[in-house]
Structure formats: C-alpha cells, structure tokens
Design a protein around this ligand. Sequence first.
Ligand code: HPA
Length: 270
Amino acid sequence: MNADYRHTASWLKERIPELPAAGLILGTGLGDLAEELEQLAVFPYSEIPGFSQSTAPSHKGNLVLARLAGKMVFILQGRFHYYEGHAMEEVVFPTRTMAAMGIKNLFVTNAAGSLRKEMEPGSLIQIIDHINFMGTNPLIGSNDESMGERFPSMNQLYDPEFLKQGANFAQREGIRLQQGVYMAVTGPSLETKAECAAFANMGADLVGMSTVPEVIVARHAGIRVAAFSIVTNYSNLFHDLAHSQEEIRANAARASVGLKRILGHLMEGL
Ligand code: HPA
C-alpha cells in the first residue's frame, strides 16, 4: 500500500499543467465552494488509481484542480471518514498523494459540534490545536522514511503564520472568527452528554469525526497546515435535540461565506 500513493501522485502530475500551491479538503456542507471557482480539471475519485469512494452525505467525491486567489489549488470535494468503514490508510490516502506530489500547504475544513456556548451554530472557528481521541493514528505501521520521521513532533501543528494571517484578515474585514481546540472522535454515533462534558473538561471546544488523521499525515510529511471548523450544531452538552441534515447544511452555508474569504487570503499569501 505504501508505494501506491506515489503511483497516484505521478498519475495526477501527468494530467495537470503545474503543481498546485496548496491542497484544500472540503468538509460537510462546503463541497459547493469548488463550484464557485474557475475549474481547470475535475477527477472523479472513481477514476483516480488508489482512491476510495466517498459515501458521506453531501460529499461529492471529486478532486478538482481550481484557481483560488490567482493560485492553483487541489480541492478534495468530499473526504473519506473512518466511520464509513475506510481503513485509516484510505482516509489519509489523498493527503499522502498530495504530499508525494510535493504540495507544501494544506487547508482543511470540517463541520463540528460545539462544546462552548459562545461558539453557537453558524460560527467559524480557527483550529489552534487538537486532541486525537479516535483511538488510532494514521502513522501506525511501517514508516515511509522518505516521507517523514517515525516520531514526528506535533508541536505548533497548526501553522502559527497561517493562524496570524487568518486572524488579522478576519479582524480587518469584520469576519467573526474564534479559535478553538478540536477533539476528533470516530463516530458515527454522536456523543453522550457525559462524553461532551468530559471533552470540554479535557480542553476541547469542538468535536468532530475528521481532520485529525489528514493533519497528522500532513505534518509527518512537512506540509504547513491551517484548519477551520464550521459549527453546525451545539453538542449534546446543551440540549438533546437531534439535528436535521437541512439544519446542518444551513449553518454550514452561513459560516462558509467568511471561510471562503479567509481561504482566499491565505492562498494569496502563498
Ligand atoms: N459531533 C461530532 N461530529 C460532528 C458534530 C457533532 O455534534 N457535528 C458535526 N460533526
């Protein structure tokens, strides 16, 4: 399996005019962003060697080469979640492929539940750190030394320069942007009230079922990372209501306006 992403990287490189400046993983409710940009190529996951199929609702399953803020970006329109039954290797395969291509920057977005009152549904959060509570790690297994070291540091994982640029831009432009710690769980069952209380006590502000595997693999490969959560719902800490897919999509759409502008600004600075 280890060598496969190198093959996929070569396959993609042969089909694109230049190496993208960044990768962008679009989370739940954000897939449409790729449609608003100038698209130079679209690769359905089913046609890319080594890629799995995305089964999560509202995840489209295309790798899109697009132009954002004048720069080339590889957009993953739909990601692979561990809860879908994909092996961890499959979850991080697109990230490893981008690393093998030589892409140096990665922007990751997700939908998350809030553990803090002040991070209400529709809020946009800059992830400043994470807690991996998935009970596994994408780097388990033989280490690809040419990609990165066996025990990579997770210090300042979320690039301080990206954090500063994002925060400054948001402030200047009047975009409400908070900072938070993201707790990754496997799902697919949502958290109990006791779990939410425990996670909040552990220092988490948000809870979700993605992002951390991709971010760990990106760091392992020396890629600069920025990540953002869109709060789609309050976690079970605050109420017991189930959330409809429509409600989640509407909240994601609200926060995505500011997120798109911030991503454009970060791209511009590359
Ligand atoms: N919990 C876990 N993952 C999520 C949630 C949540 O409440 N909302 C969106 N993704």
